[in-house]
Ligand binder design. Structure first.
Ligand SMILES: Nc1ncnc2c1ncn2[C@@H]1O[C@H](COP(=O)(O)OP(=O)(O)OP(=O)(O)O)[C@@H](O)[C@H]1O
Length: 433
């Protein structure tokens, strides 16, 4: 029966001994499995100790405690190096309800890595693994997913990973940027238009929703959709049907919905800024993306990844420089770290990157305010003052300033709007991609 499973699979006893194994499992690991004597942790972790003895949750113990199936993401030592695996562990019982053993079935996680690897989501920390677990759980179904995380935490990357791990992988992945959406953009970009629908519509154009048919639509910054458009969005999500501008007949599109936000949507619902019915429609399953400061142990790995991605793998940060980076709190998260590494590489011709090569806000930690009440100020005020100075003095475009600050242009645009600021040189328009 185990040979009939088309994924790597084993059947194990309560003493971790592998009692049956299929070929796909044998092919995954460099060590050969001796059914009846090899133990699962020896093969998958190269360890004489069960997983829980070296810091990972043992899925078999969870099954024993709960009597139910469980899923967990582990790093396994495969024939191709260390690889993330999504493990399904299922207790197998006899007619009397006695547990005979446990069936373990593996899915290799292709979109993430615990080592430096091109085009993968990199990380090793507990919070990163929890996020992978959530991604794996929701990717296989068609449930609507809400990605909740600060700017630069990788929401777009996760949305793509969910799409790539789903049955829709071969179909389009369409991004709709909600910041700056107004009524006319919403209709023409999302639903398309017919020839002659308005001045300038010299030919008909398909909307993004139609283009996405069979695939995934990613609404980025869904919290920025104005209230008047939320009703239209809700109608689209409920019926999956729409009408092109100037079109007579409704069209249908079959798409999977993934949304992202850095805002607290429930708070917005309470404040009357976000429709409750829309919230429940989009938040079928929520994935939380941890900020970089919560996964600081991943910083050295990510730094190495970014050095490689700019072709500078021979360069190394000195321990003092790496120490300063690890202590920085990264409001722009992974995007900020990436641009920090790129900038630091430009600052030195040598292989060693020193503390002095880092921007001063990273190399010199700000003195903390003393304990007297008068010394404290709000972050909002500091942010406003900093941005106001930047707007007055920065000679480049909004895109360039955003890169310097380690945030996306959209985030910077939002922040400038919030503080009522404008960059004199700014010429870029932000809208639907
Ligand atoms: N785990 C990761 N490993 C490697 N690179 C990552 C990881 N997560 C994010 N990145 C990189 O960080 C940058 C920011 O990621 P992304 O654009 O997905 O963030 P975001 O949360 O959508 O940002 P925003 O809210 O500002 O739109 C990208 O260059 C992305 O490739």
């Amino acid at each position: 029966m185990i040979a009939a499973i088309d994924k790597p699979a084993i059947f194990i006893g309560p003493d971790y001994r592998i009692l049956a194994v299929n070929q796909a499992y044998q092919d995954t690991y460099s060590l050969s499995v001796q059914a009846g004597s090899s133990r699962c942790h020896q093969i998958s972790h190269g360890s004489e100790q069960p997983c829980d003895k070296h810091g990972e949750d043992c899925p078999m113990q969870v099954c024993q405690q709960t009597g139910r199936s469980t899923r967990v993401v582990h790093v396994h030592e495969t024939g191709k190096g260390r690889q993330y695996c999504n493990i399904l562990m299922r207790p197998v019982k006899d007619e009397a309800g006695m547990t005979l053993g446990f069936l373990e079935v593996l899915d290799k996680v292709e979109f993430a890595s615990s080592e430096v690897k091109d085009n993968k989501m990199i990380g090793n920390s507990q919070s990163f693994r929890q996020m992978l677990n959530s991604i794996n759980r929701c990717a296989v179904s068609d449930i609507s997913v809400l990605l909740q995380g600060e700017t630069g935490t990788g929401k777009e990357l996760v949305a793509r990973a969910i799409h790539d791990a789903s049955h829709r992988a071969g179909r389009p992945f369409v991004i709709i940027e909600c910041t700056g959406l107004n009524e006319s953009l919403f209709e023409s970009e999302l639903f398309g238009y017919e020839k002659g629908a308005f001045t300038g519509a010299t030919s008909s154009k398909k909307g993004l929703i139609e283009v996405a048919h069979g695939g995934t639509v990613f609404f980025d910054e869904i919290g920025d959709v104005p209230l008047n458009l939320q009703v239209k969005l809700l109608r689209l999500l409920e019926t999956r049907s729409f009408r092109a501008v100037g079109g007579l007949h409704p069209k249908q599109s079959d798409f999977r919905l993934v949304c992202a936000t850095h805002k607290d949507l429930l708070e917005m619902v309470e404040a009357g800024q976000f429709r409750q019915d829309l919230f429940y429609r989009i938040a079928g399953f929520t994935v939380r993306l941890p900020p970089l400061r919560e996964r600081a142990e991943d910083i050295p790995l990510l730094v190495q990844q970014f050095l490689e991605s700019v072709g500078q793998r021979h360069k190394q940060f000195t321990p003092a420089a790496m120490g300063a980076i690890c202590q920085h709190n990264f409001p722009g998260n992974i995007r900020e770290l990436k641009s920090l590494v790129e900038q630091a590489c430009l600052m030195t011709e040598e292989d060693g990157i020193h503390l002095e090569d880092l921007p001063t806000h990273v190399s010199r930690r700000l003195p903390s305010p003393s304990a007297t009440d008068n010394d404290w100020t709000t972050l909002e005020k500091v942010e406003g003052e900093y941005l106001s100075r930047a707007c007055q003095t920065f000679p480049g475009t909004l895109d360039e300033l955003a890169q310097r600050m380690g945030v996306s242009p959209r985030t910077l645009y939002r922040k400038l709007q919030k503080h009522g600021l404008k960059l004199a040189r700014e010429k870029n328009r932000i809208g639907v991609q």
